[in-house]
Design a protein around this ligand. Structure first.
Ligand SMILES: [Zn+2]
Length: 580
């Protein structure tokens, strides 16, 4: 397993990297070179052969570039942005979203096509242009059959946090090269940076070869990285941490940006099912003023988190000299405030509306800065989201939809006796375990159990779940493997990865939420969870509104086309109509 985790590429040193990243320890580099062989099937024969050459010999010569290859490509991933947030507030957007909508290529029918729309899979899908069935990040956490342990998508005890404490992190479980990896193959010297408050968002967009991936330690209010990328926090990140910017933002009270009338398109501010019933209305106290442990509790669930993230991105531009020469650079920016706020308040809350209005303004200022640095034709910006979200079921029910909050314990109660009976019928005397994740069931059956007997036990548990009135369907791994074509089977098949995905995929009903009270979430392949914005803007982009069905896997190949990346073996296809 360990070999499988350490498989990044050797860094290709660019001309501008003289003061940059320290080399990794020689031992690690040697092991990474072995890792190159694993990539061959992904890069195709010609590129793969050249790639092996880079282990011992000279780097690849630059690939032919698009005639308008941008000096910098900025990809903004908004965490939790169902597409209706773009549509509902269209007339209120005056900043960055306004520019993207008016001057960009707007894909109005974009969606994630995989079945488990968590943060990890969403970011990995955007970054690799492949589905979870290829990149392996099936959800945020999964039961690893090889180790028997619950595994975090960006977890890696072998690569400690740099600049903070806690469990190590790396992209070691990402099984496909990210766009940044392709970029560095095609353009030696390209800089690739990812910044997001969430570690998995930064790491899974940065990929294996990035010059840096930085995320926010909400316990200390400081930005950190992993030893996978660097042995020390770079000076510019340390300086940003010492600047007091986070502390100053944490002292800001959160009041609505606009007057009351602007929020009439969202529901009333007061709702008992918001935020676990606490602090449900404006104004919200400054995070630093709240009682609690750790650094400024609740800071991440304010719009100030996005401002802080964009400020760090500005610092990255200066320190890493992004766009400083003709070699194209890539910057991923994950904006996570909307997710923390959205889980707590729901997508029809005034809090989420206000967060979107503020994101629009902050993004507008950021794009103006890019204009100043690079000229409006000198960069390309793309914006999408890792997933949507289901409205608070209590609100949806009151609005007349057949929506329910489904208690996870009631589902677990169905599993246990069915599992015991089915196991006993197969002569199993040792205890067997089932764990109901929100999106499926993981069984721990004895290794001695024959495959057909294990199949019967799994089928019995799946049948028991289907007896629940709010379960629309279950799809077992065996059914998906056999090619069943029931509704959403394709989506679940795209979230299927051997050894990581559930034994039984669970499909609730549209608008339902399998979760405890006081929050909402994104757990299903229904439109509310998978339809997201997809916009591009910049010198090489043809503006317009495009209404055909497209997928989030199409973003990476589109950017690859702009960046002169010859072949990424993507699941998606370039959005040609958006390119000049
Ligand atoms: Zn997310």
């Amino acid at each position: 397993m360990d070999d499988g985790r350490i498989r990044g590429h050797r860094r290709i040193r660019g001309a501008r990297e003289g003061t940059g990243t320290p080399w990794k320890p020689k031992k690690l580099r040697e092991r990474q070179c072995l890792g190159h062989l694993r990539w061959l099937r992904y890069f195709g024969t010609a590129v793969g052969a050249a790639l092996v050459g880079t282990v011992a010999g000279p780097a690849l010569s630059p690939a032919p570039a698009h005639s308008q290859t941008p000096r910098v490509t900025v990809v903004v991933v908004v965490d939790q942005m169902p597409v209706h947030l773009l549509e509902r507030f269209d007339d209120l957007y005056v900043g960055g979203l306004r520019r993207l909508l008016d001057e960009g290529a707007v894909f109005t029918r974009a969606r994630h096509r995989h079945g488990i729309p968590h943060t990890g899979p969403g970011h990995a899908t955007l970054a690799t242009g492949t589905h979870p069935s290829a990149h392996g990040i099936v959800s945020n956490n999964w039961l690893d059959r090889a180790t028997g342990a619950w595994t975090y998508a960006a977890g890696d005890s072998g690569h400690p946090i740099v600049g903070g404490a806690g469990e190590g992190r790396s992209p070691g479980l990402l099984e496909r090269p990210a766009l940044g990896t392709h970029l560095k193959r095609a353009h030696p010297g390209a800089r690739v940076i990812a910044i997001s408050p969430k570690d998995r968002s930064a790491i899974l967009t940065a990929g294996h070869d990035a010059d840096g991936a930085y995320w926010f330690d909400a316990g200390t209010g400081r930005w950190v990285t992993s030893a996978w990328y660097r042995q020390e926090l770079p000076d510019w990140v340390a300086a940003f941490n010492a600047s007091g910017r986070a502390d100053s933002l944490a002292r800001r009270e959160w009041t609505p940006l606009r007057d009351d009338r602007a929020y009439l398109r969202s529901r009333a501010d007061e709702a008992p099912y918001e935020n676990n019933g606490e602090d449900t209305t404006f104004p919200h106290d400054a995070p630093a003023a709240r009682q609690g442990s750790g650094w400024a509790p609740g800071f991440v669930a304010t719009p100030w988190l996005d401002e802080l993230t964009l400020d760090l991105a500005r610092a990255a531009f200066d320190a890493e000299d992004l766009g400083g020469d003709a070699t194209p650079d890539l910057l991923w920016i994950g904006l996570s405030a909307g997710d923390f706020i959205g889980h707590a308040f729901g997508p029809w809350s005034r809090e989420v509306q206000d967060a979107m209005l503020r994101l629009d303004r902050a993004l507008g200022a950021f794009l103006s800065d890019l204009d100043g640095r690079l000229g409006s034709e000198g960069y390309v910006v793309a914006l999408s989201a890792d997933h949507g979200v289901v409205p608070m079921p209590e609100w949806a029910h009151a609005e007349g939809l057949d929506a329910r909050r489904v208690d996870r314990e009631s589902l677990t109660a169905l599993i246990r006796p069915a599992l015991d009976r089915a196991a006993a019928a197969e002569g199993v005397t040792e205890p067997v375990l089932a764990q109901l994740a929100y999106t499926g069931v993981y069984l721990r059956l004895p290794g001695s159990l024959a495959a057909d007997a294990a199949g019967r036990v799994t089928a019995a548990v799946a049948q028991a779940l289907r007896n629940h009135p709010r379960v629309a369907d279950t799809l077992t791994d065996a059914e998906l493997a056999a090619g069943t074509s029931r509704p959403f089977s394709e989506a679940f098949r795209r979230s299927r990865f051997a050894g990581r995905s559930p034994d039984i995929f669970l499909l609730g009903r549209e608008h339902d939420l399998i979760a405890g009270p006081g929050i909402t979430a994104h757990l299903s392949p229904y439109d509310h969870d998978v339809r997201v914005p997809l916009l591009l803007m910049g010198g090489a982009v043809r503006p317009g509104r495009f209404g055909r069905d497209v997928a989030t896997v199409d973003l990476a190949p589109t950017l690859a086309r702009l960046l002169g990346i010859p072949d990424g073996n993507f699941d998606g296809a370039a959005l040609e109509e958006a390119l000049r």
